[in-house]
Design a protein around this ligand. Structure first.
Ligand code: GUN
Ligand code: ZN
Length: 431
């Protein structure tokens, strides 16, 4: 297979930028190169050296643009793409008013395929190369999602969203059908091509104890799968969980009691955690996912990025489309920065980029495979133009170093900053 060398500034990581000093974690080369072969990154190094060593490779010179691992969105809802930015509600009202009516449409495989394809194309145009999505209760929505990803050769995670109470009749399954359909979809898709299946109870208010137990049993039979759900997003939601599960010690216990707490679990939001919940997440090695644009948009609260990282809990970064207000992981990094500021912490651009790539990949147990600009990783690559609009260009023109040049794009950039995207070593023309 053809070899390519991508020339430009390169940014990768050799360590966790949240828990070690970012300067020791980040690897920046202002005249770097990435050798891509057979869909993988074969080498990252000095551009001129790579060129001399591989005269047969086709060279793509990105000048002073920044070559990064593709962004990894660790929690989103592709069925909510068409209703993103819906006005005026907090979580429970927002679900009932906007989300459930839209999700009811996904029994139609044609509509599901249209929105799945649209979501993947929007993701790619924003530099996101991996999605982790909730689908709907309809198996057709899961097929549509994995088919759209396979058509683009994208590494994705997803699963059938299970609900058997507190949702419209048309959006409810049962404990048994949730188990049977999840198992059938898992057998059909998990590990096929670049697909990973995540068993997906939406959140404990929309699952009976029987359904949670059924999905916990499925996870124990298939521990190679991921499990994704929501945890402690809003105060009203937490109070509701308490009333539905009066014997639970806390929100996390409503999962733990039914076999839904484990190292391959992904717990979205995780904002208002009790000390016991933090202890248990750390003990079992579970991952949480920070969804900052959602947390400000739906009015949820301020996630404690550094506090959670300091406990050794893996943390992904995510858009949470369409509770989140943007498809852009640049906007998502900006919101993570702003939430940090409201907590008195200034996350460094290196830390934000680490979260959007390596951090999310770690949360998905895919460290070194995706979200990594280093040898052996899939060549899922995003190239950033650090002067993509006049407003950004005039600011980055006076930058003193790469971080000062990158930060305006994190704070003010959007899909115009995405100069190019590669998926498994294939350049995506016209993203
Ligand atoms: N909690 C349960 N379902 C959802 C959802 O679709 N979006 C968000 N943000 N939180 C949820
Ligand atoms: Zn969500």
């Amino acid at each position: 297979m053809k070899k390519h060398i991508l020339l430009g500034q390169t940014l990768g990581f050799c360590d966790n930028a949240l828990t070690t000093h970012w300067q020791d974690a980040a690897l920046h080369n202002s005249a770097g190169g990435v050798l891509v072969q057979d869909g993988r990154i074969a080498q990252v190094g000095d551009g001129a050296t790579l060129r001399a060593a591989h005269p047969d490779a086709q060279v793509i010179d990105y000048g002073d643009k920044l070559i990064s691992a593709g962004f990894v969105d660790a929690h989103m809802h592709y069925p909510q793409t068409a209703m993103i930015a819906s006005w005026g509600k907090q979580l429970i009202d927002w679900l009932n008013t906007y989300t459930f009516p839209e999700e009811s449409r996904f029994g139609d495989p044609v509509y599901a395929a249209e929105i799945a394809g649209r979501t993947m194309d929007l993701a790619l145009s924003h530099g996101t190369t991996t999605l982790t999505s909730f689908c709907t209760i309809h198996p057709a929505s899961v097929d549509a999602y994995f088919e759209a990803a396979a058509a683009r050769n994208m590494a994705v995670v997803g699963g059938k969203t299970c609900m058997d109470r507190n949702a419209p009749e048309t959006l409810q399954d049962t404990a048994q059908t949730a188990y049977d359909q999840s198992k059938a979809l898992l057998d059909k898709w998990h590990g096929v091509g670049r697909a990973t299946y995540a068993i997906t109870p939406r959140f404990s208010p929309t699952s009976t104890p029987d359904q949670l137990a059924a999905l916990g049993a499925l996870w124990s039979e298939r521990p190679d799968c991921l499990m994704q759900t929501h945890l402690s997003e809003q105060h009203d939601e937490i109070a509701w969980v308490k009333s539905l599960f009066p014997n639970a010690r806390d929100y996390l216990d409503t999962y733990e009691a039914f076999g839904l707490l484990g190292a391959s679990g992904l717990y979205g939001h995780a904002i208002h955690l009790e000390p016991r919940e933090i202890d248990r997440l750390a003990e079992v090695g579970a991952a949480v996912v920070h969804c900052p644009t959602s947390n400000t948009f739906i009015g949820s609260g301020l996630f404690d990025t550094l506090g959670i990282a300091a406990r050794g809990i893996r943390t992904g970064l995510a858009t949470d489309t369409g509770g989140g207000s943007s498809f852009s992981m640049l906007h998502t990094m900006a919101a993570a920065y702003e939430i940090g500021q409201l907590r008195g912490v200034a996350l460094h651009p290196a830390q934000l980029m680490w979260m959007a790539t390596e951090g999310s990949a770690q949360a998905l147990h895919m460290a070194g495979q995706i979200g990594h600009l280093g040898a052996g990783a899939a060549a899922d690559i995003t190239v950033l133009d650090l002067a993509s609009t006049p407003a950004i260009a005039q600011r980055s023109a006076r930058a003193t170093d790469i971080w000062d040049a990158l930060f305006p794009t994190i704070m003010m950039g959007d899909d115009r900053a995405i100069a190019d995207v590669w998926i498994a070593g294939v350049r995506q023309q016209g993203v």
